[in-house]
Ligand binder design. Sequence first.
Ligand code: FAD
Length: 475
Amino acid sequence: MSEKTSSTQLAVVGAGPGGYAAAFLAADLGMKVALIDMEPNPGGVCLYVGCIPSKALLHIAEVLSEAKHAANWGIEFGEPQIDLAKLRAWKEGVVRKMTGGLGQLSKARSVQYIQGRASLLDAKRLRIEKTGGDIETLSFEHVILATGSRPATLPHLPADSPRIINSTGALELKSVPKTMLVIGGGYIGLELGIVYAALGTQVSVVEMLSGILPGVDRDLVTPLAKRLSQTFQRVMVNTQVAAVTETKEGVRVKFEGAEAPPEEQTYEMVLVSVGRKPNSALPGLDKTQVELDARGFIKVDGQRRTKEPTIFAIGDVVGEPMLAHKASHEGRVAVEAIAGHKAVFEPQAIPAVVFTDPEIAWCGLTETQAEKEGRKVAVARFPWGASGRATTLDRPDGVTKLIIDPETERILGVGITGAGAGELIAEGVLAVEMAARASDLRLSIHPHPTLSETLMESAEVFFGQSTHLYRPKRK
Ligand code: FAD
């Protein structure tokens, strides 16, 4: 074990999508950069145990579901044979390929990647316990904290039970249980529930609020809720887990609330997916002027600077929405601010995508938010039943809607439910960020037959002139 001291211009703690995007841009701008993380390569939660492995598995779920669906069109594939070891290896290969690629990109930019755990000595120095035991004291001009988040837990759950897992455990895909309860109807629980259901598990979901995906516009959620009522064994809303005990047969769960089954239920596996908590308990942070809010998020200004002038923070550790692309964007803003450029984090539209089947995506102002704020908006909806492309895919279970300022006709928000909504929402982001008006979308020729036409046609709906939907504007 050795101890050494070194210095850098910019240190970045945490190499997730926030940290590595920041480190790479800083290096591109000519700064000397050190990037520190416990993992062997950059990637963070998103690449190791989040976005990427979950989407790899959801792709498989989609293939399985589509193969079943094909029976409606006269094509039978028979029962799928699932080689779990091969499936796991494929998912791990995807993660390895991407994190390895980030390692190479880091080297190519001469970013010094340090594998270890960092803590703060003061507002100018980090102490890094490197993997292997060596200690490095690294002084910096600026540091960006990008330490991310971790799964929240529930009290009173049996400790260390292999049957009770979080999203990280679910992504390991050690087995395909016969039954699984997902606690929490948020996007992570639903996405992982869909993966297990596609592999053959009978999945139940319990959500204490009145609907799955709380906070999302209800008309966007309806087509998903309808499909999930077939995919999942049971979805219980307005219902809570009252007690959990482990028995030889499995995990016994007692429920209470509106849709609680009268009897206790036993599940082979329970997936706890009740949100995420910021990793803001960095040792030494208390020796600086950095402040946390009531939920434990690090407080930052528009340039992602904390109360301590040398310390910036980005990504999940500074607050909602806890999404990879938000973290990356904040990382780039922080670096530009450190470089003395005019930069501020002021997005009009941070897209959110729920990669369920059908997908749900939205950006900018939502109807729920407009209602809460008492803001008057016009809403133009185009149901996918009227879309040629959706019909060719046999997926009419979708809707595209625009939230429009009735005075200026500016597009303030976009919401989409349907196959591939996650890809389609990018056009909505551009429309909102570029302050497009409904007429801009209506007058932009969209390729036929595509699902992107639903954006153009929803703008036509606003004017009462949609070609494929007869809804004349009231005089
Ligand atoms: P993280 O990615 O959390 O990275 C933080 C890193 O900091 C970690 O590698 C950690 O090891 C390191 N670290 C922490 N403390 C220290 C320390 N003291 N010293 C050194 N290193 C430290 N988001 C999306 O946008 N799209 C999705 O589809 C999506 N799917 C998801 C699916 C799942 C199952 C989960 C769990 C999350 C998903 N997310 C998704 C959320 C996304 O993963 C996060 O928003 C994103 O990773 C946040 O990036 P970050 O840079 O803030 O931090």
